[in-house]
Design a protein around this ligand. Structure first.
Ligand code: NAD
Length: 256
C-alpha cells in the first residue's frame, strides 16, 4: 500500500517509534530512522522487511539539526511523504519541584520538535497533494496526571497543533492526526515502573500491576505493534478524510 513512499519517524530507535516504523515498512514504505542509542539493530530490523532504510541522528531539541535531518531525508529519497512526530521524554516531579531545564527539554523534544519537522515537511507534501503527518501525543494530551506538568502541557499542545495542521491542509491530500496511547511498556515507562518498585519496596510485577490499576481499566499495556497498525490506517485511502483527530488507544483510560 505504501510502496515508493518515504516515512520519517522521529525517536524510532526504540519503543513506539520503532513499532510504527516497522508497521509502515511492512506496507512498503522506505524509512528514515532517528533517535539515540543502538542504530544498527533497528536499521537491520527494517532492512529485513525489504525496504530502503536510512538514519539521521538529529537531536530533536535542536531546530538546526531538525532542519538538517529534513534536508537529508529529501536528498536521499526525494521527499518525506509520511512524517511521524514521535520522539519524546518524560520527567516526573511536582510543579514547584520541577527543574526549569527539564521543563525546557520536555517542551523542546515533545512539542517544539514536531512544529519544526511539520513546518519543514508540509511544502513538499502540499506540492505532491499527498502527505500524512502523524503526531504521537498521549492520553496525557486529553487528560492530566499529577507530577507530569511539562509532559501534559506538551501533549495537550501537540493535540492543538494537530488540529491547526489538519485545518490548514483540509482541502488538500495531506492529513494530520494524533495517536494518544495509554500505557505502553517501553523503556520510557519501565523507568516509571522501576521508580515505583524502588520507592515502595515492590517487585516489578507488583509495581506494574499498580501502575496499570491506577489508570488503565483494561489492565493491559497497548503495544507498539497495535499503535503501528493505527498509523497504517491513517496512511490508508480509507483515512483520506480523517482529519484532526486525537485517537486514544488507552484501554479505556480517558473514558473514565
Ligand atoms: P522510548 O524511550 O522507548 O523512545 C523514545 C525515542 O525517542 C527513542 O528512540 C529515543 O532515542 C528518542 N529520543 C529521545 N530524546 C531524543 C532527542 N532529543 N532527539 C531525538 N530522539 C530522541 O519511549 P516511547 O515510550 O516509545 O515514547 C515514544 C513516544 O510515545 C513519546 O512521544 C511518548 O511521549 C509517547 N507515549 C508513550 C507512552 C508509553 O506508555 N510508553 C504513552 C503515551 C505516549
Amino acid at each position: 500500500m505504501l510502496n515508493g513512499k518515504t516515512a520519517l519517524v522521529t525517536g524510532s530507535t526504540s519503543g513506539i517509534g520503532l513499532g510504527i516504523a516497522k508497521a509502515l515498512a511492512k506496507q512498503g514504505a522506505n524509512i528514515v530512522l532517528n533517535g539515540f542509542g543502538d542504530v544498527e539493530g533497528p536499521k537491520a530490523e527494517i532492512a529485513k522487511l525489504g525496504v530502503k532504510v536510512d538514519y539521521h541522528g538529529a537531536d530533536m531539541s535542536k531546530p538546526a539539526e531538525i532542519e538538517d535531518m529534513m534536508k537529508y531525508a529529501a536528498s536521499k529519497f526525494g521527499r518525506v511523504d509520511i512524517l511521524v512526530n514521535n520522539a519524546g521524554i518524560q520527567h516526573v516531579a511536582k510543579v514547584e519541584d520541577f527543574p526549569p531545564e527539564r521543563w525546557d527539554a520536555v517542551i523542546a523534544i515533545n512539542l517544539s520538535s514536531a512544529f519544526h519537522a511539520t513546518r519543514l515537511a508540509l511544502p513538499a507534501m502540499k506540492a505532491a497533494n499527498w502527505g500524512r503527518v502523524i503526531n504521537v501525543a498521549s492520553v496525557h494530551g486529553l487528560v492530566a496526571s499529577v507530577e507530569k506538568v511539562a509532559y501534559v502541557a506538551a501533549k495537550h499542545g501537540i493535540v492543538g497543533m494537530t488540529k491547526v495542521t489538519a485545518l490548514e491542509t483540509a482541502t488538500t491530500g495531506v492529513t494530520c492526526n494524533a495517536i494518544c496511547p495509554g500505557w505502553v511498556l517501553t523503556p520510557l515507562v519501565q523507568k516509571q515502573v522501576d521508580a515505583k518498585a524502588s520507592a515502595n519496596g515492590w517487585t516489578n510485577e507488583e509495581a506494574t500491576r499498580r501502575l496499570l490499576g491506577e489508570k488503565e481499566p483494561s489492565m493491559q499495556f497497548t503495544t507498539p505493534e497495535e499503535l503501528g497498525e493505527l498509523a497504517v490506517f491513517f496512511c490508508s485511502p480509507a483515512a483520506n478524510n480523517v482529519r484532526g483527530v486525537a485517537w486514544n488507544m488507552d484501554g479505556g483510560w480517558a473514558a473514565q
